[in-house]
Design a binder for this molecule. Structure first.
Ligand code: NOJ
Ligand code: CA
Length: 476
């Protein structure tokens, strides 16, 4: 399948390229910049949600699943994007949000039976904190919101909901979409009896809101009939790529692969500061299969900040050498770290620093992102511009392009993890050896034949008998 060793580039549309001078990125902007994406050597683009949205959660609160938010353009703009992508050999994925709708979606008034209701709240907590129940003033009843209060959870046990939602997905497949990133799937099915969650008795496997983590989410997510819902989706869309955002440890997320192709490996995302944990996540993930490796995304601290600037290239080199699809977030190729925002109103729900506008050209107004002040304004650009980095042999962009070229040669190779010193990770892919060191002292390298293929930083591969501090290489 085309996606098995693909690199998939995530575009956060609002922050990619503005073409009409309103400071907000749009679909014509994505189309205009597809050349940059294709030149990286990736196989596909995933667009963050493009549907009409009141933007309580920037597109993840959808008010119409079958059209395009006017701020981003029109359906015709999307068709043009898909067609240009096809010319460049790029597939296009949409982000689909099956778990909830905006409370401004007409369904919320016209079809209350599409949602999950209770006469009184149980103890469930929302992923972003607080109770997951909102009071509906008209009826006096409570609706479930696993995320923000403006995002009402759909009841996927209602056949009409399944029909509406799967028909919406088919609508996009018929328009030429090659797959979907499916949002928040672990929250799609909840206990039908709405039983309270018990208190947490063990430390969480994945980080979360402190209030939410006081409870063990045995009832508020991942109900046993999730498999039926996923099969309904699969049946409706055919064999397009389905990537699940399943916020569960690998051991539980793999069950979703019965209907999906790929699940994100969240353990990896949170392990990048610790070589032992990262090695463990890679090992478990490779054994499990179906893992999507993530450099960064729009929800968590960027790789450069999460791994630490000193280790970011080594971690990127490792992740880009792994079997299975890799997800690169816009700006990763330029070495974006988290970008502090100018004012508090510019840091909605603490994720804005990961969503800073692209920096295309240091010499252009607003980095070439827009002719107007951008919707988000970091205190300083998160990296040098793409134009400047393209001319610099030592830049992150140059490194990323090289790593992509090397990755294409690794694709068919078997993978095995090699024993290595603490703080280091080494693996073999066919005749290639990949070695990275996340400590500040050089470490002895596993046997490598001696031909350097790629170095994390210039000079890292000067002596292949060592893995340099905070560095790494791929050798033959
Ligand atoms: C996961 C998305 O990636 C995130 O941005 C969003 O806030 C939640 N799901 C709720 O849809
Ligand atoms: Ca715009």
């Amino acid at each position: 399948m085309w996606w098995e060793q693909a690199v998939i580039y995530q575009v956060y549309v609002r922050s990619f390229q503005d073409t009409n001078g309103d400071g907000v990125g749009d679909l014509p902007g994505v189309t205009q910049r597809l050349g940059h994406i294709a030149e990286l050597g990736v196989q596909a683009v995933w667009l963050s949600p493009i549907y009409p949205s009141p933007n309580a959660d920037f597109g993840y609160d959808v008010s119409d699943f079958r059209s395009v938010d006017p701020a981003f353009g029109t359906l015709e703009d999307l068709d043009a994007l898909v067609s240009r992508a096809g010319q460049l050999g790029l597939k296009v994925l949409l982000d689909f949000v099956p778990c909830h709708t905006s409370i401004e979606h007409p369904w919320f008034r016209e079809h209350p039976d599409y949602y999950v209701w209770a006469d009184a709240p149980n103890n469930w907590r929302a992923a972003f904190g607080g109770s997951s129940w909102g009071r509906d003033e008209r009826s006096g009843r409570y609706f479930l919101h696993s995320f923000f209060p403006e995002q009402a959870d759909l009841n996927w046990r209602n056949p009409d909901v399944r029909e509406q939602m799967t028909a919406a997905m088919r609508f996009w497949v018929d328009r030429g979409i090659d797959g979907f990133r499916l949002d928040a799937l672990d929250r799609l099915m909840k206990d039908s009896a709405l039983r309270d969650d018990p208190p947490a008795t063990h430390p969480p496997e994945l980080p979360g809101d402190p209030q939410d983590l006081e409870l063990d989410h045995v009832h508020s997510r991942n109900a046993p009939d999730i498999g039926d819902a996923l099969q309904a989706i699969r049946h409706a869309v055919g064999d397009v790529l389905l990537v699940g955002e399943v916020y569960l440890p690998i051991a539980e997320a793999v069950a979703y692969l019965a209907a999906l192709d790929v699940v994100f490996n969240f353990e990896e995302i949170f392990a990048v500061r610790d070589a032992a944990k990262l090695r463990q996540a890679v090992d478990t993930g490779i054994r499990a299969g179906g893992q999507g490796w993530v450099l960064s995304n729009h929800d968590f601290s960027r790789l450069v900040t999460r791994a630490g600037p000193e280790n970011a290239r080594a971690v990127a080199l490792l992740l880009l050498s792994l079997p299975g699809p890799v997800f690169m977030f816009q700006g990763d190729e330029l070495g974006f770290g988290d970008a502090p925002m100018a004012g508090p109103e510019q840091d909605r729900n603490h994720r804005d620093p990961f969503r800073a506008p692209m920096v295309w050209d240091n010499d252009a107004d607003h980095g070439g992102f827009s002719t107007a002040p951008p919707w988000l304004t970091p205190t300083h650009p998160p990296a040098a511009g793409a134009v400047q980095q393209a001319q610099d042999p030592t830049s992150v962009l140059t490194f990323t392009r090289r790593a992509m070229a090397v990755r294409s040669r690794l694709a068919a190779n078997e993978t095995s993890l090699l024993p290595s010193e603490p703080g280091t990770i080494a693996l073999r892919r066919g005749d290639h050896v990949v070695a990275v060191n996340l400590t500040d002292v050089p470490a002895p390298a596993p046997a490598a034949a001696g031909t350097l293929v790629l170095e994390a930083r210039p000079g890292d591969g000067a002596d292949l008998s060592v893995i340099p501090a905070h560095g790494g290489w791929i050798a033959l």
